[in-house]
Write a protein that binds this ligand. Sequence first.
Ligand SMILES: C[S@@+](CC[C@H](N)C(=O)[O-])C[C@H]1O[C@@H](n2cnc3c(N)ncnc32)[C@H](O)[C@@H]1O
Length: 257
Amino acid sequence: MQPVTDPTPVTPQPSAAVAPSAAPPGVAHPKTVRSFVRRAGRTTTGQAKALQALGPRFVLPYAPTPLDADAAFGRRAPLILEIGFGMGEATAHIARLRPHDNFLCCEVHEPGVGALLKRIGEQDIANIRIVQHDAVEVLTHMLPEASLDGVHIFFPDPWHKKRHHKRRLIQPPFVALLASRLKPGGYVHCATDWQPYAEQMLEVLSAERRLANASTDPALGGYAQRPDYRPLTKFEQRGLRLGHGVWDLVFTRRHDG
Ligand SMILES: C[S@@+](CC[C@H](N)C(=O)[O-])C[C@H]1O[C@@H](n2cnc3c(N)ncnc32)[C@H](O)[C@@H]1O
């Protein structure tokens, strides 16, 4: 893998104002309704060191202009977007398993960014770049149409309360945006451990005309077998031990859509 020759500085992001408001039609996540809250959380010393040492190489600044992915990664390779990587456990695992893909990974939570950078350093991973910013804005402004080979959205915040459902990521306008950014044949892979959200995902993804469900086994009721590349994280293993379910969904962009 070629080294990156054009390091970019880490840009601190302003806090998003979060105010309850109804989304205008066709906009899943207007500026006032975010799919996340900026949690207070301590950045550990190890994460802070990783941010300082590795941020300049692996964190790309958010900019409302199209990203030159080949330049950002220092090579041309299939581009996978991950939305909301948390502490980056699955992200690092998948990036190592799939060295021939480039992973552009969005997360707003700074300790998570530090944690993934730490893994990148410890595991000598070269095919990840991070944008510490709202993935909806990254998709809208930095990623052109038909630019993505895949999208990973693992355990997005379920927003359990009804009055918060508008904050859920997987909604029709957002999925339409996502579909437009996928190349024909590109895939979106979602996973959740919250059954009502799994049902919403299945309904919304199935209703997007540019997408086709990759799971054709009628016994699975529209859900997918967990693809081999997605690891069982510690959190998920614990849930499974407690008898909780997990649902994977994989859809691909139609070639004629
Ligand atoms: C429940 S956590 C799951 C984390 C991880 N994927 C996992 O499986 O452990 C959801 C994460 O998504 C992030 N997130 C939510 N909306 C986001 C957005 N619009 N852009 C970037 N990150 C987002 C949150 O900060 C949070 O860390």
